[in-house]
Design a protein around this ligand. Structure first.
Ligand code: NAD
Length: 373
């Protein structure tokens, strides 16, 4: 069976980290006979340079035909002074909106081998495995009215609107409850119900769904300021967290740093199943290191692992690729962002190659075990 994957490398290191992930897909096709077919399209600054828009119609058309999408990153100083509607980030917001990708899943897992790369103490983060579920299509980023106006007295007034409807809250709550069901059966919903009415409604709707549909899940609620503090103080108290678009944006970056580097963090954006899921690293286009072959490709490779699980239900294949990443880390191979004394520092390209080498040896080992059995 053919699986159509659309690659949207985007800008900066997006191109470099997608290239390494492509090697893994080619390996799966060649060695395990999986039928991945890859197409590529432009998004972000690269799309603007080629066609005057960060999200060209051809890209949307290809995205609608794909079974899953892998995105690198968008943005960079070159496009920072463009009109807001033409900026690379509009491409990202546009594709999420057009495909109805309302649920953003961001795992923060600390591999034992990397516990010392965190700025927090080893005992606070080692063994950490939390999942932040962020609502992706509502809130201040999309609410109307929005904009900046100049008032008659010459002062300027900026407005963004925090909007959620109860069906929007209920559908993201169900995604989070379902994930909690498959994990530690604990869900913490994060809001600012004490001062923002829209998020007080959020809290009530999440509670209603919990009471009526998921009585087996231990549901708690937390104000966002406390959640930010608790994530740093004692992150292992959490299993799944669900929150609004803006709070999720901030909290997931905070959780990211628990793991040591943005270069290790994958994400998935899913909708109701009528369109492809979108998989992308949490990091941006990192203009400061772009083109230097030093970016860490693991976040993107792990995003592809999420794709194998969530879009294609290829769990055994996902385990093989994830296992190869872990083995490479266990052997002391590191990109510059996570390197420590005594480790072997590799470039982007070389990291992709050692993961392929590891995949080859896991295949050889499996063959030997099969003969022995
Ligand atoms: P960034 O994530 O690009 O970089 C932050 C820091 O982390 C930089 O020092 C960078 O070198 C480092 N870093 C990031 N990814 C890394 C990797 N894989 N390996 C090693 N180091 C890595 O965030 P920023 O600097 O705030 O933003 C740069 C551009 O990216 C901006 O234009 C921003 O709008 C855009 N951005 C895009 C996305 C996205 O496409 N999803 C997300 C965030 C930022």
């Amino acid at each position: 069976m053919k699986h159509k994957i659309l690659f949207l490398p985007g800008d900066g290191i997006g191109v470099e980290v997608c290239r390494e992930t492509r090697k893994i897909i080619d390996w799966l096709n060649e060695k395990l006979g999986l039928g991945f077919v890859i197409d590529t399209a432009l998004i972000g600054g690269a799309a603007y340079d080629a066609s005057g828009t960060p999200f060209p119609p051809e890209t949307l058309e290809k995205a609608k035909k794909a079974d899953a999408i892998l995105l690198g990153a968008v943005g960079g100083p070159k496009w920072e002074n463009l009109d807001y509607s033409k900026r690379p980030e509009r491409g990202l917001l546009g594709i999420r909106k057009e495909l109805g990708l309302f649920a953003n899943l961001r795992p923060a897992i600390v591999f034992d081998e990397l516990a010392d790369a965190s700025t927090l103490k080893r005992e606070v983060v080692s063994g950490l495995d939390i999942l932040i579920v962020r609502e992706l299509t509502g809130d201040l980023y999309f609410g109307q009215p929005r904009g900046v106006e100049t008032l008659p007295d010459g002062t300027r007034r900026g407005v963004n609107t925090l909007v959620y409807t109860s069906p929007e809250v209920q559908r993201i709550a169900r995604v989070a409850f379902d994930l909690a069901k498959k994990r530690g059966k604990k869900l913490c919903s994060v809001d600012k119900a004490n001062v923002l009415e829209a998020t007080e409604m959020w809290r009530q709707e999440v509670q209603k769904i919990g009471d009526s549909e998921y009585p087996e899940i231990q549901l708690s609620h937390m104000y966002v300021d406390n959640a930010a503090m608790q994530l740093v103080r004692n992150p292992k108290q959490f299993d799944v967290m669900v929150t609004t678009n803006v709070f999720g944006d901030i909290l997931s970056d905070c959780a990211a740093m628990l793991t040591g580097s943005l270069g290790m963090l994958p994400s998935a954006s899913l909708g109701d199943g009528s369109h492809a899921g979108l998989y992308e690293p949490v990091h941006g286009s990192a203009p400061d290191i772009a083109g230097k072959n030093i970016a860490n490709p693991i976040a993107t490779i792990l995003s592809f692992v999420m794709m194998l699980r969530y879009s294609f239900s290829l769990n055994a294949e996902a385990d093989i690729v994830e296992g190869a990443v872990k083995s490479v880390l266990a052997k002391g191979f590191r990109t510059a962002d996570i390197v420590q004394p005594g480790m072997k520092k590799l470039g982007t390209n070389e990291m992709g190659d050692v993961i392929i080498k590891e995949l080859d040896s896991s295949l050889a080992l499996a063959a030997v075990n099969k003969i022995k059995a």
